[in-house]
Design a protein around this ligand. Structure first.
Ligand SMILES: Cc1cc2nc3c(=O)[nH]c(=O)nc-3n(C[C@H](O)[C@H](O)[C@H](O)COP(=O)(O)OP(=O)(O)OC[C@H]3O[C@@H](n4cnc5c(N)ncnc54)[C@H](O)[C@@H]3O)c2cc1C
Length: 333
């Protein structure tokens, strides 16, 4: 690990100042970084994927660790831990998919330390990206080795020129629920809809979201909606004990009194460089009564854009199945 300066700001403004450097470093991965639970950042520092000259500890900033639930919706401070989110009685009742997504992450030990803000900003898990000896495209190199190499875990949708998949389990669910993030940086505050937060490799090969280096997520807001109480998160992983998603589906369905679908949200995880919403499948479901044929067709439509690599075609039927099951669970059919 490269040596670094450790700083302990007490306020957001102080943290933003510490993140801002006069002359940006030649390599973006050497810029100062905020650190929350450290469950991802420290591992990327140990394998030199990131080499920040300064860490800005967010844990002493007051007010970022609260969950507030009211008629407008759910406000989650960026420092709320995954355990706190998963165990919150109001979240479990009114946003069950979000509690399920939090519960699906890693191990109790990691969830006790990992925060919601850090989970959304964690770096991809592609083994070429994480391997110290490999200078892949995302690290400033010239090639995505996954494209023709060991690509079992990589993207089947939206890939190229890098085929990473987004690793966060909270992200697909939060996108499905129409969440937005409050961000503070040196130019002030801004609110970003989560469906505009994550970026494809075609937009910025070195980063996975729109945050500037000195910007900090302070809160995540999830609006109350009839969809939220029927939300669900299904994840398929290789190891039951702990693992990232081979594929996952965040689904939410609002039913009319006759039990036809009034509206639906479907967001795929583990298959694309960003949480992948599938509006065509959502539109197909509107007005329909869910039965096995409709569910199977929704699964097919959701994966219509898939272009698997040599070793990950298995993700297509896997994700179709998860779409079917998530919709059925969400609608209670
Ligand atoms: C063995 C293992 C298994 C895991 N399995 C899963 C899994 O199944 N699903 C899953 O979703 N995740 C998984 N994770 C990832 C884990 O959930 C995240 O590492 C954790 O949530 C990150 O939170 P943190 O507070 O520790 O972030 P940190 O490590 O402190 O930070 C992570 C990144 O976010 C940035 N950051 C942190 N907070 C903010 C903020 N408020 N504003 C802006 N940037 C910020 C940091 O600069 C850094 O780049 C796993 C991790 C490990 C080690």
């Amino acid at each position: 690990m490269k040596s670094f300066e450790w700083t302990n700001p007490k306020t957001i403004d102080e943290a933003v100042k510490l993140l801002r450097v006069g002359t940006p470093p030649a390599d973006i991965d050497e810029a100062p970084r905020p650190i929350a639970g450290g469950q991802d950042l420290l591992t990327t520092m140990k394998d030199y994927t990131s080499r920040p000259a300064r860490l800005v500890n967010l844990k002493n900033i007051r007010g970022l660790d609260r969950i507030v639930l009211n008629a407008r919706g759910l406000t989650i401070g960026a420092l709320v831990t995954l355990t706190e989110l998963e165990e919150h009685a109001g979240v479990r009742k009114s946003f069950p998919g979000l509690a399920e997504a939090a519960h699906s992450i890693a191990t109790p030990q990691i969830r006790n330390l990992g925060t919601v803000g850090g989970n959304l900003c964690q770096r991809p898990r592609c083994w070429y990206f994480r391997l110290e000896e490999v200078n892949c495209l995302k690290k400033g190199g010239s090639e995505c080795y996954a494209a023709t190499g060991e690509n079992k875990y990589n993207a089947i949708i939206g890939g190229g020129p890098s085929w990473i998949v987004h690793p966060s389990d909270l992200a697909p669910m939060l996108v499905a629920l129409g969440a937005r993030v409050n961000v503070t940086g040196s130019s002030g505050k801004r609110v970003i809809s989560l469906d505009k937060f994550f970026t494809l490799p075609t937009e910025n090969i070195r980063r996975e979201n729109v945050l500037q280096n000195e910007e900090i997520i302070t809160e995540i807001f999830v609006p109350a909606s009839p969809l939220a109480s029927r939300s669900t998160y299904l994840k398929f992983k290789e190891r039951e004990s702990l693992d990232f998603a081979l594929a996952s589906v965040a689904a939410a369905v609002e039913l009319a009194p006759n039990r036809s679908v009034r509206s639906a949200r479907i967001v795929l995880g583990g298959v694309a460089p960003i949480p992948w919403r599938v509006p065509a499948a959502e539109a197909y479901l509107t007005g329909k009564t869910l039965n096995p044929d409709v569910l199977a067709e929704a699964g097919k439509i959701a994966l219509a854009e898939a272009k698997p690599l040599e070793k990950n075609a298995y993700k297509v039927p896997l994700t179709q199945t998860l779409v079917r099951r998530a919709l059925a669970k969400s609608a209670g059919v």
